[in-house]
Design a protein around this ligand. Structure first.
Ligand code: MGD
Ligand code: MGD
Ligand code: MO
Length: 760
């Protein structure tokens, strides 16, 4: 081991004193004492501000402190008193800052002034807002609209996002890729084909009516910790929780709720997972095929003996399409292939089928472990098939629950951030604003990367995010980026994307959601949509980090007014003065989703958007819920690859929010002091001749003429299936080929990258 890495499996439950201790450390590091009391009072509460960490639902009757360790970390990170004023930029050239780590960059604190890159001095220098807007407008006017990219990371409010998509469309393009293209795009493509909705069907109250949760490829303890509150209540009723995760994640094992004083005193945890299965990376279609096969066999027995059927035959007959073809595929699948690809023994899959088949109402929860694969859409559709077999869709306590990432990523799509023209009510926008929007599909994230490498994309605007760290194919992308004509980044903190500069680069600092957003009509409210389609109001409570910050709506309006011809139908100034008027405009564009928007802002628990599948109305081509046959059991099967190739999962630690690194510990996985680690199964390590805790190099196994290799990792033994490795995102993104994505949605397949490992 290197001297600063500590590696000791974590035996404590998730939550509990461990989370309180970790929080204490982060409050101290970010010197965020002053924000403490307000944070506890207003976080995720009606009348308060909504967390900027994950998108998990906010209950109507919140706990006294409706936050989790990681939500609190995110808020402290935002509210730190540390700053990066112009003097900071004067003291450090961009070339120097490029050598800093992600952690060191953001840890300098909040951006305070609009800045423009000065090539002569290789530094960022202050620029006035009006000059910045004028120069950005000139840059936009100098390009064909389809050569410009309007990226959005999933944090911006519904109000800012609506204005942003309108800016792009009035300018003339549908190039509106977003972080969702790297995340749950798989969901947005797969679910409509299956059940006619791009979003999950459950509401928070469904957990109270469910007797089984089936989870695939999601790390609840780190990435959506407040979901543990629902799971804990479910477990107190002795309901089942079945987990399919390649790693043994502590969050799924045991939880002590910091909100329960009794449990904190005794430190007696609630056991969350009642069954834990560890498929190989990319082995889930096979695992689900095994469960489906066991269900069919059980149903055959029931039918033969006259017992109650296991399949919900009435539901299948009345509500679904395609069952016969699916049944044939399941019966034809052979157990040997299922076991080899999933890595799970047949009795284990039969036991899972027994538990699933015995439950009355099942919720299926999933995350990136299903979506970020070459056959990610098939993964999601296979999970729907399992639910449909027992009618677990469109009734209380049952349904599908994709756990979204960014706190408003789902909402951005709802208000028109979408590159696909037919996902947006363009006719309505045309009538509302008197213009002819482009009907041509724009580019998604992978297509934007291709266009940059080819030199076709010429300018990039980012409403938040850290595009260059988040995308695959890092080396080619950084080279391509430097050739762009213009990069405009609306941001809160400094990150690497800001430092790989284009010919002209602007850094525009903005408010965070927990800050007071004061405009002409007074302090403003913004809104976000959670993972369960509920819309919440958010009111900032803390003073802005700098008097020179503008809100996201004000920045978007500033660019729009400078770049677009006057249009009396688009009242940019009035919108910025009073965000209620933006909400009226959103309601006019999307009347079904946002009926009485301003009137319902403070509904406890948020107001849900209508989702037809909840009422068993199927807005699909067949008019039914579709059983869809997966194209293969695994994207890797039959690829003719050597036995020395392993599958790398790139994932998050407990001390990060995407590319924002809060620290170098991953407490729940027992890793401390380093992010340059690779988790490996002991047998695999020995087979590859690697010493315990030895240094290793990973090299991508792709014959496409690009050499991708990273050294300096330490191999640590963990309980992983054979052939599967895990290491951290974003460090490993240089290993992922751009073409390596879900075939239907183009979501990068960050969870099963083919690599070779060798001692370094
Ligand atoms: N604190 C914190 N919260 C976050 C984020 C954060 O970075 N930090 N990010 C937010 C965002 S944008 C998102 S999208 C979500 C992401 O939240 P998750 O969906 O949980 O994403 P990952 O951390 O990438 O972890 C994926 C999980 O899937 C498992 N897995 C990987 N491959 C496979 C597989 O092939 N099969 C199975 N069955 N399991 C597999 C991994 O072991 C891991 O537990 O979280 C959001 N919330
Ligand atoms: N290998 C691999 N790659 C992945 C993933 C993976 O699991 N593995 N996950 C993918 C996923 S799921 C996602 S969602 C993407 C994430 O991709 P992005 O959303 O692009 O990245 P983030 O790290 O969330 O962006 C962080 C930056 O956003 C800015 N920011 C923070 N808050 C605000 C705000 O309120 N307003 C504005 N304007 N800016 C703000 C800050 O400057 C900060 O540096 O990465 C993807 N990439
Ligand atoms: Mo995400």
């Amino acid at each position: 081991m290197t001297s600063n890495t500590r590696d000791k499996p974590y035996r404590q439950p998730t939550g509990g004193w461990g989370s309180i201790k970790s929080l204490g450390k982060h409050i101290t590091r970010q010197r965020a004492f002053a924000s403490g009391p307000g944070l506890f009072r207003d976080h995720n509460k009606t009348g308060g501000y909504m967390c900027t960490s994950c998108a998990w639902a906010k209950p109507g009757k919140p706990h006294a402190a409706e936050f989790c360790e990681n939500g609190a970390k995110a808020t402290f990170w935002d509210l730190t008193p540390k700053r990066t004023p112009p003097e900071f930029f004067a003291a450090h050239t961009v070339t120097e800052l490029l050598t800093w780590s992600d952690y060191d960059l953001e840890n300098q604190g909040r951006l305070t002034h609009p800045m423009r890159h000065d090539a002569a001095s290789d530094t960022y220098v202050p620029v006035s807002w009006s000059d910045a807007f004028a120069e950005i407008a000139a840059g936009l006017k100098a390009h064909e609209p389809d050569d410009v990219v309007f990226y959005a990371s999933g944090r911006a409010s519904l109000e800012a996002s609506y204005m942003y998509q309108l800016l792009a469309r009035l300018y003339g393009t549908n190039n509106l890729p977003d972080s969702s293209n790297m995340c749950h795009e798989t969901t947005s493509v797969a679910l409509p084909e299956s059940i006619g909705t791009p979003v999950g069907t459950i509401l928070l109250e469904d957990f109270a009516r469910s007797d089984c949760v089936l989870s695939f490829g999601q790390n609840v303890g780190t990435n959506s910790p407040r979901l543990l509150h629902e799971l804990q209540k479910l477990r107190e009723r002795d309901a089942q929780v079945m987990v399919f995760n390649s790693l043994r994640e502590r969050g799924w094992e045991e939880f002590v709720n910091p909100q329960y004083p009794g449990q904190m005193l005794t430190n007696r945890p609630t056991r969350i997972a009642t069954q834990y299965y560890q498929p190989r990376a990319g082995g889930d279609i096979a695992a689900m095929m095994g469960i489906a096969k066991a269900l069919l066999a059980w149903d055959d027995e029931a039918r033969a003996s006259g017992a109650e059927r296991i399949l919900d035959v009435d539901f299948i007959a009345g509500h679904t399409h395609g069952f016969d073809a699916f049944e044939r595929q399941v019966r034809a699948a052979d157990w040997a292939g299922i076991v080899a690809i999933s890595g799970l023994p047949r009795p284990a899959l039969e036991a899972a089928a027994r538990t699933y088949g015995a439950a009355r109402s099942v919720i299926a929860v999933y995350g990136m472990g299903l979506t970020q694969h070459r056959l990610g859409s098939d993964n999601v559709q296979m999970l729907i098939n399992l639910l449909l077999m027992r009618g677990n869709m469109g009734r209380p306590g049952a349904g599908i629950c994709p756990v979204r990432g960014h706190s408003n990523v789902q909402g951005q799509r709802t208000v028109g951030i979408a590159e696909k023209a037919d996902l947006v009510p363009l006719d309505r926008l045309a009538a509302q604003y008197g213009f002819q929007p482009s009907r041509k599909d724009g580019m998604n994230t992978v297509e934007v990367c291709e266009a940059m490498i080819d030199g076709r994309a010429r300018a990039f605007l980012g409403l938040g995010g850290n595009f260059l760290r988040a995308v695959p194919e890092r080396e080619l992308m950084e080279q391509a980026w430097a050739k762009l004509d213009m990069s405009v980044q609306i941001a809160t903190k400094l990150n690497r994307t800001h430092l790989v500069t284009a010919r002209t680069s602007f850094l525009l600092p903005t408010l965070v959601r927990s800050e007071i957003d004061e405009q002409l009509s007074g302090p403003q409210i913004v809104t976000v949509e959670d993972s369960t389609t509920c819309i919440h109001a958010s009111r900032g409570k803390f003073r802005a980090a700098s008097p020179d910050l503008l809100s996201e709506p004000a920045i978007v309006a500033g660019i729009a007014k400078a770049a677009l011809p006057d249009n009396p139908a688009v009242p940019w100034d009035a919108w910025v003065a009073d965000y209620a008027l933006i909400r009226d405009a959103i309601e006019a564009s999307f009347p079904e989703d946002f009926r009485d928007f301003n009137g319902r802002l403070d509904q406890p628990g948020g107001f849900p958007r209508p989702v037809a599948a909840r009422q068993r109305k199927w807005e699909t081509d067949s008019g039914k819920a579709n059983f869809l046959c997966p194209r293969a059991l695994s994207a890797d099967a039959g690829a003719g690859e050597g036995a020395d190739i392993l599958r790398l999962i790139t994932l998050r630690s407990n001390d990060q929010f995407n590319t924002t690194i809060y620290g170098y510990d991953d407490r729940l996985r027992g890793i401390h002091g380093s992010r340059m680690i690779v988790m490996i199964n002991t047998d695999d390590r020995i087979r590859h001749g690697i010493a315990k805790d030895g240094m290793v190099r990973l090299t991508t196994a792709a014959q496409d003429g690009v050499f991708r290799s990273l050294g300096g990792f330490q191999a640590i033994d963990r309980d992983l299936p054979p052939g599967t490795l895990a290491a951290y995102y974003p460090e490993c993104n240089a290993l992922i080929p751009l073409w390596y994505h879900d075939e239907k949605s183009k979501t990068p397949a960050a969870k099963s990258v083919p690599v070779r490992i060798a001692a370094d």
